[in-house]
Design a protein around this ligand. Structure first.
Ligand code: NI
Length: 133
């Protein structure tokens, strides 16, 4: 993609906020930070407009708790068309970390994430929203 340059007029306070954002997030320059913010906006917009998006559902759970393994398996089969892959890590004797890579209509992915994250036995979970293209 061609790189275009443009001048930006911005007041000092906003500029110092941008520079702080650059430092705190270890961007190498302002351009990189602005690109990242615009990408973030694009991703949020795609999710709001129910477009085809991608992401990951990250969950931490105790596999002994209730019927969580069976329920997680059933839910993933119900939504198999939008699950790209599931990675399971046995962190210790009790705790499992699972990363479920997903792609599909934003609303359906949100629905799937809500179903999984609200399961009894989930210690921590998060839907990471990204885009498919
Ligand atoms: Ni495990």
């Amino acid at each position: 993609m061609a790189i275009k340059r443009f001048g930006v007029s911005i007041d000092e306070e906003v500029l110092s906020t941008l520079d702080r954002y650059v430092r705190e997030n270890n961007f190498s320059n302002r351009s990189q930070a602005i690109r990242s913010l615009v990408e973030q906006y694009i991703v949020e917009n795609k999710w709001q407009k129910n477009e085809i998006v991608a992401g990951a559902i990250v969950i931490l759970y105790d596999h002994h708790k209730s019927d969580i393994i069976i329920r997680l398996n059933e839910i993933q089969h119900d939504y198999h068309e939008m699950i790209l892959s599931t990675q399971h890590f046995h962190l210790d004797h009790d705790t499992c970390l699972e990363i479920i890579a997903v792609k599909g209509r934003a609303k359906l992915l949100q629905e799937l994430a809500d179903l999984i994250l609200s399961r009894k036995g989930i210690i921590h979970g998060k839907l990471v929203m990204s885009k498919a293209e």
